[in-house]
Ligand binder design. Structure first.
Ligand code: ADP
Ligand code: MG
Length: 398
């Protein structure tokens, strides 16, 4: 993987830098309730501005589908960016952009209105990309989480100007490269969560690339059932039995171990504090459901983590949102964190619920890298080409 970064940029003074960021932040009553995404891109903006560039931010917000929708204006977000940066942030629509940019001083920051107000944005329209390009001298993409979309501001524009990865994009790509691109072996993946159906591509790709896949959470039930275990009232996609067996066959061919739970914590209902029991996976009482991996399974997962030099994690091992069914996920997460802190493990995790689970376990900060990129993270782990990243690898025009 090779792409240009801000290190390749010299002589920035007076240059107009078009910077694609993801500041699709949660808002309530016109106020930003969580500025994490803004904080993530702040270093890139500050670095460019500090070197005298005129920084022009491109970003989407919500799904206005090519129309101007007043509630999806980025204008209120400009104020939040201003707070995080401690730097004045100007705002303009695309029609006002040229005039606004001509008034910018070196180091100024301007946020342009929601890119998805433009009908050509999601169609990756070449004329729109050219129109964006006419506003800048160079392009920086710092929005990894939008890189699985080939849109005018995430892909098309990268072919019209010299293109660079911003610092957040660079960090994410380098971490993912360590996790799956060129990892230190053995590599163990934990794939958990609710359903096999959402993770078929992920499992299929991982079994070819890693040394062991620990299958956990609700999706383990589908694998157990495919091998003849009666999982009773557990979440289970019986129709995917054949798919599960195919994934196991692929794994065997590739020399990858598929690790399934041997015991489980079961309950009569999906509810916090529901009376629970620990049983062997082939002894789930009638009408009960598996809501977490049992202690023997946790020991097994820990021994796989112990042998690994690299760990990739997507999906919790149980219904971690409701106690006490968070126990396996928390124990495995804390063990991975401990080995990471000791310098013995590279740990890369991602996925909405996975991030929540690691936060719940209090160890998100101890992992080597935790991706908040959602869909883009999954597509990367599925081995797919991300158009926004590919365009940077092609180096842009210049
Ligand atoms: P991510 O968002 O990290 O990709 P998923 O969305 O695939 O993860 O999975 C998370 C969900 O899986 C959680 O809501 C959790 O409750 C559910 N889950 C895990 N184990 C079980 C189980 N045994 N039964 C039912 N749901 C489960
Ligand atoms: Mg989820």
């Amino acid at each position: 993987m090779s792409f240009k970064t801000l290190d390749d940029l010299t002589e920035l003074a007076g240059k107009r830098a078009l910077v694609r960021v993801d500041i699709n932040v949660p808002m309530q009553d016109g106020r930003v309730t969580d500025a994490t995404r803004i904080e993530r891109v702040a270093p890139t903006i500050e670095e460019l501005s500090g070197k005298g560039a005129k920084v022009i931010l491109l970003a989407h917000f919500g799904r206005p589908k090519g129309k101007v929708v007043a509630e999806m204006s980025l204008k209120p977000v400009a104020a939040a960016v201003e707070e995080v940066l401690d730097h004045r942030v100007h705002f303009a629509t695309l029609d006002e952009a040229e005039a606004a940019i001509s008034k910018m001083a070196d180091g100024d920051v301007l946020l342009l209105e929601n890119t998805r107000f433009e009908p050509g944005e999601e169609k990756n329209d070449s004329d729109l990309a050219s129109r964006y390009a006419s506003l800048g001298d160079l392009y920086v993409n710092d929005a990894f989480s939008a890189a699985h979309r080939a849109h005018a501001s995430t892909e098309g524009l990268a072919h019209k100007l010299p293109a660079y990865a911003g610092r957040t994009m660079q960090t994410e790509l380098e971490a993912l490269q360590k996790g799956l691109g060129d990892p230190k072996r053995p590599v163990v993946a934990i794939v958990g969560g609710a359903k096999v159906s959402t993770k078929i591509d992920l499992l299929t790709n991982l079994v070819k690339k890693v040394d062991a896949v620990v299958v956990g959470g609700g999706m383990a039930n589908t694998f157990l059932a495919a091998n003849g275990t009666d999982v009773q009232a557990s979440l289970c996609e019986a129709e995917l039995g054949q798919t599960a067996r195919e994934i196991e066959a692929e794994a065997e061919k590739a020399g990858c171990s598929v690790v399934l739970p041997v015991d489980a914590v079961v309950a009569g209902e999906f509810k916090a504090g529901a009376p629970s029991d620990t049983v062997a996976v082939d002894a789930v009482p009638e009408g009960q459901m598996i809501l977490d991996a049992g202690p023997q399974s946790v020991e097994k997962v820990k021994s796989w983590i112990e042998q690994a030099n690299t760990l990739i994690w997507n999906g919790p091992l149980g219904a971690f949102e409701i106690e006490p069914f968070d126990a396996a996920t928390v124990a495995a997460a804390r063990y991975a964190a401990e080995r990471t802190r000791a310098g013995e493990l590279i740990s890369v995790a991602g996925g909405g619920d996975t991030v929540a689970a690691l936060n719940h376990a209090g160890v998100a900060g101890d992992f080597t890298y935790v991706s908040t990129a959602g869909g883009a993270f999954l597509e990367w782990m599925e081995g797919k080409t991300l158009p926004g990243v590919k365009a940077l690898e092609d180096g842009g025009k210049g």
